[in-house]
Ligand binder design. Structure first.
Ligand code: NAD
Length: 260
């Protein structure tokens, strides 16, 4: 798919981090971008900077996503592109002992469900509702109607201690990418996913500095965390290479995560 001002895109989780970098890159290519996120202040500010439209959205809600898509389509027309970046992280052992008191605690189920709701069901919700709109579009000369990129994680392959919910949600995103690509094959909508390693975003920065340094040291080459722009570069490749379909690509500097 050619990326220019004839194409419009939805990017979820676009107020910050990998989604923001993706929105910036797509806008720089002329694509009309709608930024969907819970964070209104950061999203509106970025939308103003890049000439996009911000649409307040919670990917865990049917009604909220439908309202945001309607608003985005009113401003930019039916999207041919969807990039799913909205995501949350939460860490807790399935069951374990408190380091200080020795008390036994298990994973808080409400948090487990929230991670699955946002990362897995939220991604699927946006795919299903966005693709339903793409089906109304005429095909491009390439035969395509649209292209979708999901964000999984290397935790889908090697989740660390405490990552049961996060790894399960991301393995779900990775696992559903091929069957959804197959669902849409007859309609000309491609679906791919990215498994990022460690990227320099607000999500990564929530951890302590020594953890970040340890993460950097664990990356074989380049010995650093990834820049969000490098993620956006791969999104662009997956959108523009018409033969890429049903694939989940690692982007990680060859890192393989240890148990903790
Ligand atoms: P981030 O926290 O910097 O940004 C995530 C964005 O998603 C935020 O703007 C947040 O407001 C939004 N969001 C959260 N819940 C939402 C909801 N219910 N509805 C709408 N928006 C919501 O995180 P990031 O690092 O940019 O991560 C983006 C994606 O990449 C996530 O899916 C994350 O799991 C994945 N990922 C990140 C890394 C990394 O190292 N940063 C590594 C692997 C995978």
């Amino acid at each position: 798919m050619k990326l220019d001002r004839n194409v419009s895109a939805i990017v979820t989780g676009a107020s910050k981090g990998l989604g923001a970098a993706t929105a910036i890159r797509l806008a720089s290519l002329g694509v009309k971008v709608a930024l969907l996120d819970l964070d209104v202040e950061a999203g509106e500010s970025l939308a103003r900077q890049i000439g996009g439209v911000f649409c307040d959205a919670d990917v865990t809600s049917d009604e909220s996503v439908e309202r945001a898509l309607a608003r985005a389509r009113q401003a930019n027309g039916q999207e041919r592109i969807l990039v799913n970046c909205a995501g949350v992280v939460h860490a807790h052992k399935a069951a374990g002992r408190d380091k200080l008191t020795g008390a036994v605690r298990h994973y808080p189920m409400a948090e487990y469900e929230r991670v699955i709701q946002v990362n897995l069901l939220g991604t699927f919700r946006c795919i299903a509702k966005s693709a339903a709109g793409m089906l109304e579009l005429d095909r491009l000369p390439s035969g395509e109607r649209g292209a979708i990129v999901n964000t999984a994680s290397i935790s889908a392959d090697e989740g660390q201690m405490g990552q049961a919910a996060y790894a399960a949600s991301k393995a779900g995103v990775a696992g559903m990418t091929l069957p959804i690509a197959r669902d849409f094959a007859g309609e000309g909508i491609r679906v791919n996913a990215i498994k990022p390693g460690f990227f320099d975003t607000p999500m990564l920065r929530t951890g302590p500095e020594h953890v970040r340094r340890a993460l950097e040291a664990s990356v074989p080459f380049p010995k650093r965390v990834g820049e969000p722009g490098e993620f956006a570069q791969l999104v662009e490749f997956l959108l523009t290479n018409d033969y890429m379909n049903g694939e989940c690509v690692r982007l990680d500097g060859a890192v393989r995560m240890s148990p903790r």
